[in-house]
Design a protein around this ligand. Structure first.
Ligand code: ACO
Length: 323
């Protein structure tokens, strides 16, 4: 059986770090409130002129070097983003051009904070069916551009960044010992639109709008839905949760991470958390956390890793990967 194996990874963060104290000079908030309610200490915010594609290219270049391949060996580029440089063309095509790749296909996936999991599912399917052998998957966002900086209930939560992985076809035996993506599970419920959305869009207001959120409702649904997605992915592979080495969640809020771990009886020491450093970077959050834990030596070759996310739509999902 063909498996999509992750052969390289990379990240890119803007140089500009904004601490909670710095934010509190512009918005009616405090470091203590943000830390206590969210676990966030700081976030990276793109400087004026710094675009999603700049971060995506930075992460992509690192991932290609880590994989030891050239852009010429890629068949496709998938970019998960909600904050594209332009309404069209896809940010993935801008990355394709900047990497000097003049063949194959490049397109974006839009599932907000679940974008990387959705993109991983698409890439896995394309590789398993033989439509592509090597795919660059990026999660890249400049969420700072979608925020109402006068709304303290949302602007303190988000940050900018990008993470990328290179996936490549690899012949496996078809069991859980195989390296690569073992399964992905995707879900959405469009009836929950009003809990997390933007006030604009091309066909409605001809503007991007700003992010609106019913925080408490999002929180409740997040714990329930993420727990369900984790369970669905583990059950599909006939794996007990305590057999999973690492959980790499979407980094929305430390309390959501803790609540989900508590609900499922997961050892918190197995949950990778970078929310303190990055805030919520939407589609970039899972790869940023994944790469952080790979680089600091926590995630090792052969480990069983469960990735999960939830975002606007609502969309949510999980993926089980043998690293
Ligand atoms: N600084 C100081 N005070 C604030 C701030 C702030 N930044 N934001 C809100 N407050 C105030 C409120 O006005 C309120 O004051 P009041 O009691 O005088 O009315 C008080 O703090 C409590 O507000 P709540 O909304 O009840 O605070 P809560 O404990 O629910 O925390 C939060 C809010 C952090 C948004 C929480 O609901 C949450 O994390 N929800 C999940 C949202 C999320 O993570 N979204 C990301 C996108 S979706 C995803 O990625 C899963």
């Amino acid at each position: 059986m063909i498996r999509a194996r992750i052969i390289g990874s990379g990240i890119c963060l803007p140089a500009n770090i904004v601490t909670n104290d710095e934010l509190a000079k512009k918005v009616d908030t405090s470091d203590a409130w943000i830390r206590e309610r969210t676990g966030i200490h700081q976030r990276y915010i793109a400087l004026p002129g710094e675009k999603t594609s700049d971060l995506a290219v930075g992460a992509a270049r690192e991932a290609l070097i880590d994989a030891g391949i050239d852009a010429g060996e890629l068949d496709m580029i998938i970019c998960a983003t909600t904050t594209p440089d332009e309404t069209f063309p896809a940010t993935a095509t801008i990355v394709q051009s900047r990497l000097g790749m003049a063949h194959g296909a490049a397109f974006d996936v839009q599932a907000v904070c679940s974008g990387f999991i959705y993109g991983l599912s698409v890439a896995d399917s394309l590789i398993r069916t033989g439509a592509a052998r090597t795919i660059l998957l990026i999660g890249a966002e400049t969420m700072s551009r979608l925020l109402d900086w006068n709304d303290r209930t949302t602007c303190v939560l988000f940050g900018d960044g990008a993470g990328a992985v290179v996936l490549q076809a690899h012949e496996g035996r078809g069991d859980n010992a195989d390296q690569g993506v073992l399964n992905t599970r995707l879900f959405s419920d469009g009836r929950l639109h009003d809990m997390l959305y933007t006030t604009g869009g091309v066909s409605s207001t001809q503007t991007a709008g700003v992010l609106k959120m019913q925080g408490k409702e999002v929180f409740k649904h997040a714990v329930t839905n993420i727990a369900a997605a984790i369970t669905a992915s583990a059950e599909a592979a006939h794996v007990a949760l305590d057999q999973i080495d690492w959980f790499v969640p979407h980094q929305a809020n430390q309390r959501i991470l803790d609540g989900t771990a508590r609900r499922l009886g997961i050892d918190p020491a197995k949950v990778v958390s970078t929310v303190a450093l990055h805030g919520n970077t939407s589609a970039a959050s899972v790869p940023l956390a994944l790469v952080t834990a790979v680089r600091d030596g926590r995630i090792k070759r052969g480990d069983l890793v469960l990735l999960e996310a939830m975002g606007g739509g609502f969309t949510w999902g999980a993926a089980l990967v043998r690293w």
